[in-house]
Write a protein of this length. Structure first.
Ligand SMILES: Cc1cc2nc3c(=O)[nH]c(=O)nc-3n(C[C@H](O)[C@H](O)[C@H](O)COP(=O)(O)O)c2cc1C
Ligand SMILES: [Fe+2]
Ligand SMILES: [Fe+2]
Length: 404
């Protein structure tokens, strides 16, 4: 059974968290050995309860069991849907049928996406900036489109100064802690948050910056940021907001380089590893991701690591007159989710007609990279001297780390 937590965020706001360690590939794509949490929130206004979001469908009956222990179904006045993705709404039909009088509040698009799963008369669309008063509480709904679907929005709980943000400011991982100040390994968490942001929201990262600017313009400076995944931020909400801003605006870390390669029979691997060694001797902090017949790194980690690197080196064989398929797939994802005006170099290996490196270089250029070196050669029988010469040329083109 999955771990669940019911914790107090403020006097009247509770987190209802479930720890999902069964999902190994989030969205069927992203490797998450660290797991993920789904966080719903329950506000007791004194004149009825408001539930914000929910859990994935496999945990729906578990969420209902918890709600049954906390309130009568007639006391649930509203269910606020910040985002319709099923990791937060899988439980909605069950909870909505339990609390038959609760109105469902959300962006007008949310109802469209709901596709009849809940009766139309239950739904009340909210406008951007609309306020709702209940009991001693005033809530403000703030549209935050494309974080990470078109209908996404935040709720600001005035008074308590809590901003409920669903996907925004979330992270992968199942931290033992509920709050940032209890987290023992903030470096790890900030890494999983980056990995989450890049893989899930990466395509729409410009909207993260827009949402942050919008909050500033509205004068919303939350004391607590409560996302739909991972830690709740009460000690230092600016930390996660600034982290999200830096990654979303494509800020690159000086001196950071990532070498990615694929190799079937070793010639590309030999070259890539020589290049990685030389880059690190030149002062770069290098991480290496190699796809071979004996290892396959996590695509999610590879993307996360590339997202803030100032230099990207890709080495690949030509495969059936095309770039090696895994590399083409990865570069497609880099362009969609992690492109930046970073420097890139591409090394190709072929036996009778090389096209892979040029094609990859052109993909990278089209999505904003500055390609500083393309070396495509027949390498299957390359001597050590030839490898060293190629790496020397690469290093000359790439230069030292920016800050060095
Ligand atoms: C299935 C397969 C398809 C290949 N297709 C091409 C090709 O279209 N053009 C080419 O020049 N070499 C092709 N090659 C040869 C490799 O690109 C070349 O041997 C390269 O050096 C292999 O790099 P590696 O030693 O890192 O695996 C192919 C090799 C394999 C196994
Ligand atoms: Fe989402
Ligand atoms: Fe989500």
């Amino acid at each position: 059974m999955a771990g669940t937590t019911v914790g107090r965020i403020t006097d009247n706001l509770a987190i209802l968290r479930v720890d999902d360690s069964s999902t190994h590939y989030f969205e069927g794509l992203w490797e998450i050995p660290e797991g993920i949490t789904y966080n719903a929130y329950l506000l007791d206004t004194g004149e009825g309860f408001i539930l914000f979001d929910g859990w994935k469908r496999v945990y729906a009956s578990e969420l209902l069991r918890i709600l049954e222990g906390l309130l009568d179904p007639g006391d649930l006045k509203y269910i606020v849907v910040h985002h319709m993705e099923p990791d937060h709404t899988g439980s909605l039909p069950l909870v909505a049928s339990w609390a038959r009088d609760a109105k469902i509040l959300g962006h007008p698009m949310a109802f469209k996406i709901m596709g009849g799963r809940v009766a139309a008369e239950r739904f009340r669309p909210v406008r951007d900036g609309e306020e709702l008063a209940l009991g001693g509480y005033k809530l403000k709904f703030i549209y935050a489109p494309w974080i990470h679907w078109p209908e996404t929005m935040f709720t600001y709980v005035e008074g308590d100064s809590v901003l409920l943000t669903c996907d925004a400011f979330g992270g992968y991982g199942i931290p033992r802690a509920v709050f940032d100040d209890e987290c023992r390994d903030m470096d790890w968490y900030l890494y999983t948050a980056k990995k989450y942001l890049v893989t899930v929201v990466g395509r729409y990262r410009g909207f993260v910056v827009k949402a942050l600017d919008k909050l500033s313009k509205l004068g919303v400076e939350p004391s607590i940021v409560a996302p739909g995944h991972g830690l709740v931020w009460r000690k230092d909400p600016r930390l996660i907001m600034d982290h999200y801003r830096r990654i979303s605006s494509g800020e690159l870390v000086e001196g950071k380089a990532v070498v990615v390669y694929a190799s079937m029979y070793g010639s590309t691997e030999r070259l890539a590893l020589h290049a990685a060694k030389a880059l690190s001797q030149a002062g770069y902090r290098v991480s290496v991701y190699g796809f071979t017949d004996s290892k396959r790194p996590s695509i999610a980690d590879t993307l996360a690591d590339i997202a803030d690197s100032e230099l990207l080196v890709i080495a690949l064989p030509t495969y059936e007159a095309d770039p090696y398929p895994l590399i083409e797939y990865l570069v497609g994802l880099i362009c969609e989710k992690a492109s930046a005006p970073r420097r890139a170099a591409v090394l190709g290996s072929y036996s009778w007609g090389g096209v892979g490196a040029k094609a990859i270089a052109s993909m990278l250029e089209k999505c904003g990279h500055k390609v500083v070196y393309v070396g495509e050669r027949q390498r299957i029988h390359a001597t050590l001297r030839e490898v060293e010469e190629e790496v020397e040329s690469l290093l000359k083109a790439v230069g030292s780390p920016r800050g060095a």
